[in-house]
Design a binder for this molecule. Sequence first.
Ligand SMILES: Cc1ncc(C[n+]2csc(CCOP(=O)(O)OP(=O)(O)O)c2C)c(N)n1
Length: 631
Amino acid sequence: MEENIKELISTCPQGMKTCGYETLDKLAENLRTKIISTVSTTGGHLASNLGTVELTIAIHRVFDSPKDKIIWDVGHQAYSHKLLTGRWENFHTLRQKGGVCGYPHRAESEHDKFNVGHSSTSISGALGMALARDLNGEDYHVVGIIGDGAITAGMSFEAMNMLGYTKTPAIIILNENGISISPNVGAFGAYTNRLTNKIVYSPVFNEVRKDIHYLLDNLKDEKMLEIVKDLRLKALSVLSDEIFFETLGFAYFGPVDGHNIKAIEEALEEAKKVKGPVIVHVKTIKGKGYGPAEKNPTKYHGASPFDIDTGEFKKGGSSPPKYQKVFGQALVDLCKDNKEVVGITAAMAPGTSLDLLQDAYPHRFFDVGIAEQNAVTMAAGMACEGKIPVVAIYSTFLQRAFDQVIHDVCLQNLHVVLAMDRGGVVGDDGPTHHGTFDLSFLRLIPNLVLMAPKDENELRHMLKTAVEYKGPIALRYPRGSGTGVEFEEMKTLEIGKGEIVKEVENPDAVLIAVGRMVDNSIQAAEILEKEGKKIKIINARFIKPLDKDLIINAINECDNVFTVEENNLPGGFGSAVLELLEENVLIEKGKTITRIGIPDEFIEWGTIPELFDITGLSPEKIAERVKQKLA
Ligand SMILES: Cc1ncc(C[n+]2csc(CCOP(=O)(O)OP(=O)(O)O)c2C)c(N)n1
């Protein structure tokens, strides 16, 4: 890197405000190189970040962070923002334990104004900050940056609905690249794309807008105001026949070439002058500047480490099939046998492997975009009419649709299958993405059956069970590779029946484990057996209904019972077992139930083994906990 660019970066964001565009182009080039080289070793979001390099430079030149508040949506495209606000030197630690967070994180920098990871929060966050600013009588800009995928979620519309009504000054930058993770779906995306093809940000449009806004701000006479408002709508409809944002009460600037720093700056400077909500619509290329990512932005949305020259992902040796692939294939197989089964995803077809269904049965595959609430209620509607919808959603994103699961699915006792992907800790995405609350928040809902497979073979059985069951039913399984177990023919499991996976006579301890923790418990038992301890292991399979007989027998049989779950402890599987004891007034003097699970806190980012170690869920830590108790 040239010395002057190195020096410039150390002074950013202030330092670049006085730079010429030639230097800025060099800065952009260096940002891209840094992002590509870092992500090629750490993994991370590549394509989205390559698309926002110039946009970020322009934002930080026009606005004054941290005084002005910059709020990223999802936050997966904020690497340039991080690099320009003091995190260049330790950027190589991206997404690693103790290192730079993959998303904006308030604790990390005063320039990160809003923690994020889930999508479509930026307009609401900006609205809240802008309202607070006005209440406090302060003076700064609030800027939200949202993608054309993220803007399609209901929350964005709820926030725009209010912003257009309160007229609170806030600048929303809509970054359109046509892609969510897969190609963007929905009528709104098609609409913004139509806008892209118009020259709306023209001098005449701006002149008319300026004059009208001047009149609206200064006219006192009510009647005249009404006439000008009417004139405004008519003028807009002539200049551009369909600017949705303007009709909502936003001033609209765009579309702007999102790789032209000067053009973006001009639009942002205009936006700054408006005394109300503004949309600045920029058009970018996802993956810009790195051939493989430009060509296939979906593949490089969330990239694992790769070879920069070839773009090939590095292989980590052969590993057992991923839960996701097993799920996707099992669903296709079940669809073959039952024509009523359909699959629904909320913008995560590749991540959930629902793309296998999309290929096999395109008309039975539904991608609703980033709209988890809609996905669940739409499934309820389909179930009313005899379809068997399998809604594949990451556990963390299903949090969005909690009420829909209660009100639309379970209250009506509808046969909807919730396939919760990435249950448990997910690794380097960190606290916004861990799926460690679902056992708690689903367990409390009447009518719902809730299960978790111990391995990828049992996942197939559970999916078949769920498709054949007549009512609301959920299964949660983890991210990544299974255990490598052999596949049996898919079979139906008895609802509410667990299994003993390791029987011993007169056990010193019984471990009742859920999901992936069955395997960790087996490994923990191997450690303990070397020290002469006899450990019985139960695979709970069902979190609801519990296998009461199996659990009560285990407690009668042994003084030291442990529940092991990859879920936050409050309200989880262990709590369910304690509630069962209370109901049955079983516990005798000297008997203990120890709940092992994720402590009542948010867990940071790191590799999955590191996170197991931190949370006490590694085989060694489980063994240690049992040993302490037995001692
Ligand atoms: C509630 C929620 N659902 C799903 C996701 C997964 N997700 C992360 S980024 C993304 C696509 C966002 O598309 P867009 O806003 O257009 O940004 P781009 O990556 O194209 O720049 C999705 C679906 C999420 N983060 N939050």
